[in-house]
Design a protein around this ligand. Structure first.
Ligand code: SER
Length: 318
């Protein structure tokens, strides 16, 4: 029987992935864990526990108590917050992952999902069609923790046979739980402003292009990779992407649907992080090995985001 622990379950990806996993594996078989004590009420419809991933004993206790067989380890500090507090980013992202891997090794857990990021790349990496195998020389602490994490995952797979799978996610755009402390957050914040009828001040330049993905594609990529036949996987951690657009192209696409929506651009320290990341990603190994294909292009994603956020506004949630 599959029993899943999701760390960082109250975060941007966790809050939606937990619900998707519960649909597949059953409400009681997916344990949501987060360091926050009061997450979204929908998460509380199934088991919810408080876990700090930097404390190995808390992880061990959760794994024993719920007889966990798989871990989706999502707890992390994102790029911008990581620059403000590099020590915290190291502790949560590297020590947290190390704790998960050790607990998995010692308790016989076989399968782990762990998200990496486009932040593993850096200024020396080709910025267009960034290949799967390329230079990893990040300049942010977040990127350094993700490269370290990739190497740790490969080590635990090679040395102990753990089936660890991961994705180098681009910026994730979603309507349920906002991201916190990332560089790609503008691509989410801009929708909240548009739906609230407020102008938006974007913290990167208008011509900033980054790879992005809408949440349903993020969930699809995660679930498809985790269900893929392991003999077909040439890599543990795959490049994935869905779309790439500039901040201005996104603003224009929203303005077509929200006339009069005003956006101005005031780049801050996050511009430098954005400039160090790829503009477009080559994800052909993911497409070849496990059939990756995104469903959302820019117009479809913008339509879906505005519809979802307008519904939340009608319910009084925004
Ligand atoms: N979205 C993340 C960030 O901006 C990238 O992994 O930090």
């Amino acid at each position: 029987m599959t029993k899943i622990l999701v760390t960082g379950a109250a975060g941007q990806i966790g809050s939606e992935l937990t619900l998707a996993l519960r649909k597949i594996y059953g409400q009681e078989n997916v344990i949501a864990a987060d360091h926050k004590k009061s997450p979204h009420p929908r998460l509380m419809e199934g088991p919810f526990i408080t876990v700090d991933v930097t404390d190995r004993t808390q992880l061990e206790k959760a794994v024993h108590e719920y007889k966990i067989t798989e871990i989706y380890h999502l707890a992390a500090i994102l790029s911008a917050r990581g620059e403000q507090n590099p020590e915290l980013a190291w502790r949560v992202n590297v020590e947290g992952l190390y704790n998960v891997l050790e607990v998995a090794r010692l308790t016989g857990i076989q399968k782990i999902f762990w998200p990496s990021s486009i932040a593993v790349f850096g200024p020396k990496t080709p910025r267009e069609n960034t290949p799967q195998d390329t230079i990893l020389s990040p300049t942010t602490m977040y990127g350094i923790t993700k490269v370290t994490g990739e190497l740790l995952c490969e080590y635990y797979h090679r040395r102990y046979g753990l089936d660890i799978r991961g994705l180098r996610f681009p910026g994730i755009i979603s309507s349920e739980t906002p991201p916190g402390g990332g560089t790609t957050d503008y691509a989410v914040e801009i929708f909240y402003a548009a739906v609230r009828g407020e102008p938006y001040t974007c913290f990167v330049r208008a011509d900033t292009v980054l790879p992005m993905m809408y949440m349903p594609d993020c969930l699809k990529a995660t679930l498809t990779l985790m269900q893929a036949d392991s003999s077909r996987l040439r890599y543990r951690i795959y490049n994935v992407t869905a779309l790439s657009f500039s901040a201005e192209e996104l603003a224009r696409e929203i303005q077509k649907r929200v006339p009069g929506f005003r956006v101005e651009y005031k780049p801050d320290f996050r511009q430098c992080i954005a400039d160090s990341w790829p503009r477009t990603i080559d994800d052909s190994p993911a497409r070849e090995d496990w059939g990756w294909k995104p469903d959302y292009d820019l117009p479809k994603m913008v339509d879906a985001m505005l519809t979802a956020l307008r519904k939340r506004k009608e319910r009084g949630e925004l």
